[in-house]
Design a protein around this ligand. Sequence first.
Ligand SMILES: CC(C)(COP(=O)(O)OP(=O)(O)OC[C@H]1O[C@@H](n2cnc3c(N)ncnc32)[C@H](O)[C@@H]1O)[C@@H](O)C(=O)NCCC(=O)NCCS
Ligand SMILES: Nc1ncnc2c1ncn2[C@@H]1O[C@H](COP(=O)(O)OP(=O)(O)OP(=O)(O)O)[C@@H](O)[C@H]1O
Length: 194
Amino acid sequence: MYIVGLTGGIGSGKSTVAKMFRALGVPIYISDEEAKKLMDSSEEIKQQLVKLLGEKALTPKNIPNRPFIAQKVFSDKNLLERLNKIVHPVVEKHFSIWVEKQKTAYVIYESAILFENNAQNKCNYIILVTAPAETRIKRVMERDGVTKAQVEERMKNQWDDKQKQKLADFIIENINLKQTQLQVEKLHGNFLAL
Ligand SMILES: CC(C)(COP(=O)(O)OP(=O)(O)OC[C@H]1O[C@@H](n2cnc3c(N)ncnc32)[C@H](O)[C@@H]1O)[C@@H](O)C(=O)NCCC(=O)NCCS
Ligand SMILES: Nc1ncnc2c1ncn2[C@@H]1O[C@H](COP(=O)(O)OP(=O)(O)OP(=O)(O)O)[C@@H](O)[C@H]1O
């Protein structure tokens, strides 16, 4: 079985693209979503979050206080690295168990920070989703109700597309959704024929 990594900066549309692959029957692992679930359910992670960021890292309902954590870590590289060290090994382990259970010709592993995490090694091929920075900012502002500055803060913690393009095997330019769908179908055909 092949592992196809799917990456792209914030707001590029990787989750949208991942869902197009899912509609074609490909199992998809969305790292953001899985990290969220693991952080909500693991008492060990939660304890470490409190150690790193204080009591406010958890809400009164004992789940991670995401807006508080985001505000802390995206403006402090050191804190972000320490958060990553708490969460990423747990996600990696969870992914390895998940992938073993899949029975298709290939699976999709979606992560915004695939290259930043050096996770390209676990992928056979990598698809990069791109869109102009201004478009990405606008999409995320609309989707999450956040400010331009908040989106840019996250962008600063991610590689730019030029760096990523050098390491990607395939690029999907996600501007027009119909064109994106066609690119996905073409790649799906390629992967099935491998
Ligand atoms: C800081 C947190 C609580 C903010 O939560 P929030 O709901 O606001 O954002 P969400 O998780 O949906 O992420 C949205 C986007 O932010 C960017 N982002 C998230 N985590 C990171 C990170 N560690 N480094 C750089 N960018 C990131 C990505 O583009 C991501 O798609 C959350 O992102 C988190 O816990 N991050 C650490 C875990 C992680 O790295 N997850 C992503 C891949 S495993
Ligand atoms: N081609 C497109 N045209 C218009 N809107 C789009 C397009 N692609 C994605 N969107 C919208 O833009 C927003 C961001 O897309 P999506 O959530 O797929 O991005 P992402 O790369 O997964 O973002 P993040 O890194 O924040 O998780 C969503 O609201 C989505 O519906």
